[in-house]
Design a binder for this molecule. Sequence first.
Ligand SMILES: Nc1ncnc2c1ncn2[C@@H]1O[C@H](COP(=O)(O)OP(=O)(O)O)[C@@H](O)[C@H]1O
Ligand SMILES: [Mg+2]
Length: 253
Amino acid sequence: MIVLDKVRKTFDDGRTWAVDGISLTVSEGETLVLLGSSGCGKTTTLKMVNRLIEPSGGTIRVDGRDIMQENPIALRRAIGYVFQGIGLLPHLTVAENVAVVLRLTGRPASERRDRARMLLETVDLPPDLYAAQYPDQLSGGQKQRVGVARALAADPDYLLMDEPFGALDALTRDRLQQELLDLKRRIRKTIIFVTHDIFEALALADRIAVMHNGRIEQTGAPGELLKRPETDFVRNLFGRPAAQLKQFEARAA
Ligand SMILES: Nc1ncnc2c1ncn2[C@@H]1O[C@H](COP(=O)(O)OP(=O)(O)O)[C@@H](O)[C@H]1O
Ligand SMILES: [Mg+2]
């Protein structure tokens, strides 16, 4: 379980709060989607959970433990992170990219190789074809799968995913969303997934936290947000043509 309590972040140069007191609980096995437009504080929030960014105030607990009392390296090993824009290392092969965390933790080469191959299978990249390739040789969608495999390498209970499918064409994005849902059924993970895409949020979320100007407007299951918006912002956000939202209402019913 991940619990954020009145978490805030201001940057040194900034007079304004990038994250302005957000409270949020992500339960075991849940996919919580942080939904909001560019600049509203999604990445900052995600990065504070594994201390890539230090909070300016409030507390964050993972499995009941205050992250500020944890060793940041151990914390990052326990939490897989898929970066906005992927960030594969171009001079390493696909398999080496996947296993990079395992190398840092000193696991033997044979174990790293076996694990990388298994993970490439998991994300539907046959290792015989892809393990020895370099990131440049892959399509955007394939790179994104490598990013997901890498985040799973140390078998973390938690995954933080920052707009992982944002740069992909619509068809590839739909496919990877489906694969993520399949993956969730097979391996039980607790996920915070960041997106600015309302339909992606509705497709993937157990619950959605709508962010705006560094705050959370409302948190709830997709059906709750559609049927009972609590603020004008949420009402407008979900106030799309009924036909577009129909399938999600059906799902939420
Ligand atoms: N390192 C930084 N220094 C100063 N301001 C920052 C820094 N990182 C982010 N910000 C600001 O904080 C706000 C939230 O940014 P971010 O969390 O990246 O938003 P999002 O991921 O929702 O697009 C933005 O106004 C952004 O300009
Ligand atoms: Mg961002």
